[in-house]
Ligand binder design. Structure first.
Ligand code: UDP
Length: 476
């Protein structure tokens, strides 16, 4: 039996910068279409959003939107870097999940649709309990996500764990990726001898729950990942490819003559780097960032630093507080003397940048990135070629696709050597600049077309909105 009720979407992202950013964009698009949205943040994320953005004020203009919060259970001083994600999920199980469940059971307006991060396997039971539709939204790349779903087969056929040290061996049991993916291009967690490893087990459990959802949402666009989306449809036929979501939101805000979108950063953005960019020639700067979770050793930092300075190319480098192991404050890291002059002449170093604005800046000609999915899409939309130094999860897959499939950059994976950095920076910014810029512009055009009226992501979003409006609570 079913009964009529107002549409109410409850969104629960994985409490990390990338997923929160991405799901807030989706939340804002749904709010623009007057759908009632509840967005659940952890206290840690929420406090930082309030401190560093205008998110509260921005969302106040949507009368049907509200934020709720839950504790993540980690001590305040936990760095919440990539290595802590397993601990974060474990502590949320105890501290956040019971409150989340209670929120749904007692919601004044019953929740008709739950949109939860794909890793939240507990969401299937809770959605069933309240009779709401469940849509899983995994904010990693679909190509990366597909390798997660292939993991049981890779284990069964003996491709994972790897039998020897040859990381260049091709992978044969990831359908649709034949001839593309080598062992080294599988997610970092596949480089283990122990399939009982906590992350492997989490990913396997995620794969079992994914088909239980009524639909899957992805931050991608049809043209970019059609073959992979076709593979994913064999697991869950109902897929919404809505990305790139940051550009999609901009397009919808522009068409509604609403105010411009602003940032969802959980660090304070240093806008001075934009003034610095204003002084640089067109496409002369390589932007360098490893996102919100990755860390590097001081040796790796020095290799990148030498490579950048030796390339002679201008650079804007984000050194997030806590991103160099052993240093809590990046300003305390001494600059090797031989690099001082080159850095002063051609470099700008900040703690956190307004990345979308930076990538859109005409002075930026390339991006040395950790290949996080949001960063990859943000770079693509602006037609900026990439040099990829992937760190973990889907990033190893993304960087491979950037070089071998989408042909919008170079994959530096598994190497952090000043000579390689210098060579790749020169290649992307100088010797093969035109070739990469041309390829990147083609991808950028198809990304922009996807999120405008008539485009595939625009149409998928309209379908999602219409379906959400008709979703009903299923009573037992
Ligand atoms: N970001 C930013 N300023 C910075 C570095 C990153 O605003 O200085 C944003 C970036 O625009 C992206 C997010 O942080 O939206 C990082 O997400 P991504 O998926 O690329 O990587 P993750 O941080 O999850 O590894």
């Amino acid at each position: 039996m079913q009964h009529q009720t107002e549409a109410h979407v409850f969104i629960f992202p994985l409490p990390l910068q990338g997923p929160v950013n991405c799901m807030l964009k989706l939340a804002e698009i749904l709010s623009l279409h007057r759908i009632k949205v509840t967005f659940l943040n952890t206290d840690y994320i929420h406090q930082r959003l309030i401190r560093h953005t205008d998110a509260l004020i921005r969302f106040r203009s949507y009368p049907n939107f509200r934020f709720l919060t839950v504790p993540d259970g980690l001590p305040e001083e936990n760095p919440r870097t990539g290595a802590e994600v397993g601990n974060l999920l474990e502590s949320m199980d105890a501290s956040a999940v019971p409150i989340f469940r209670e929120m749904l059971l007692t919601a004044e307006t019953p929740v008709t649709c739950l949109i939860a991060d794909g890793i939240f396997t507990f969401a299937t039971d809770v959605a069933a309990e309240i009779g709401a539709a469940l849509l899983y939204f995994d904010t990693v790349s679909p190509c990366g996500f597909w390798t997660y779903l292939c993991l049981p087969k890779l284990i069964e056929t003996g491709e994972v764990p790897f039998k020897d040290d040859n990381l260049d061996e091709m992978i044969t049991n990831a359908p649709g990726m034949e001839g593309i993916i080598r062992r080294r291009d599988l997610p970092s967690f596949c480089r283990t001898n122990d399939i009982n490893d906590r992350i492997i087990q989490l990913v396997l459990r995620e794969g079992e729950h994914i088909p239980l959802a009524q639909g899957l949402i992805f931050n991608t666009f049809h043209h970019l990942e059609a073959p992979i989306l076709a593979q994913l449809r064999t697991i869950c036929p109902n897929i919404y490819a809505l990305g790139p979501l940051h550009a999609h939101l901009k397009a919808r805000l522009a068409s509604q003559e609403a105010r411009p979108t602003t940032s969802n950063s959980i660090w304070e953005e240093d806008g001075s780097c934009v003034s610095w960019l204003d002084q640089q020639p067109s496409k002369s700067v390589v932007y360098v960032s490893i996102g919100s979770l990755a860390v590097m050793t001081r040796d790796q930092m020095c290799e990148i630093w030498h490579g950048l300075v030796n390339s002679g190319v201008r650079f804007l480098w984000v050194r997030r507080p806590g991103s160099v192991t052993g240093y809590s404050d990046e300003t305390g890291i001494p600059s090797p003397e031989e690099l001082t002059q080159g850095t002063e002449e051609r470099g700008c170093i900040v703690r956190w940048a307004p990345q979308e604005e930076v990538l859109a800046h005409p002075a930026v000609g390339g991006f040395l990135t950790h290949s996080g999915w949001n960063s990859t899409l943000e770079s693509m939309v602006e037609g900026k070629p990439m040099i990829c130094w992937p760190n973990f999860v889907d990033q190893q897959v993304n960087s491979r696709y950037v070089e071998a499939v989408w042909k919008v950059g170079l994959d530096m994976k598994d190497s952090c050597d000043r000579i390689v950095v210098e060579k790749m920076v020169r290649e992307v910014m100088e010797s093969r600049k035109d070739e990469f810029l041309k390829g990147a512009e083609v991808v950028a055009e198809s990304a922009r077309a996807a999120v405008n009226p008539g485009g595939s992501s625009f149409e998928d979003m309209d379908r999602l909105i219409e379906e959400i409006k008709t979703m009903k609570i299923a009573t037992k």
